[in-house]
Design a protein. Sequence first.
Length: 183
Amino acid sequence: MRKHTIIEHQQFKQILQYRPAVTSEADRNRLKMDMLHSIISALGEKWHRMKQETKSALEYLCFLSIERGFVYAGSYHVGERYDIDSSTVRRYISFLEKKGVIKRLWRSSIRQNGRGKAVIFFTSHPYYTKYWQTLFFSHDGEQAHAQAESVENDRNDEDLSNQNGALPKNLPNSDINNSHFAP
């Protein structure tokens, strides 16, 4: 599996069209606080030792991701907004990703062939499983299923060749049909 998964342009347009997960102000505040509490619990004591500007920057990321569960504001934007270094924002994002609070993917770049800007998904958001199951990893599951079937077919071939003796030497492996060896 690739270390950095890229979101294709069509996929990104599709998730931007999702309706907001919550509409009432009370639900928005509850969801923001749920995401913020997941950050606080992952950071532990670090949270209490942080500067107020850094706390506000992390809270801002939660605020931006309330409606659809992700944010694509860059570390430079967040850092400038709260007068902190962008490397501080990147360091905390990386830490939160290691703790499983967020998942980071990259948009495909328009100007070059490769990855563009990061998109941060909060794992505590209700849309997180919807994104993962329908958009990003639906093909990985199919590929894993096909690989599992291939391994199972290889095992069956080995078992059958051991039961029936050696395979004829005049037949190449590509011409062998498994249905001929079924018990």
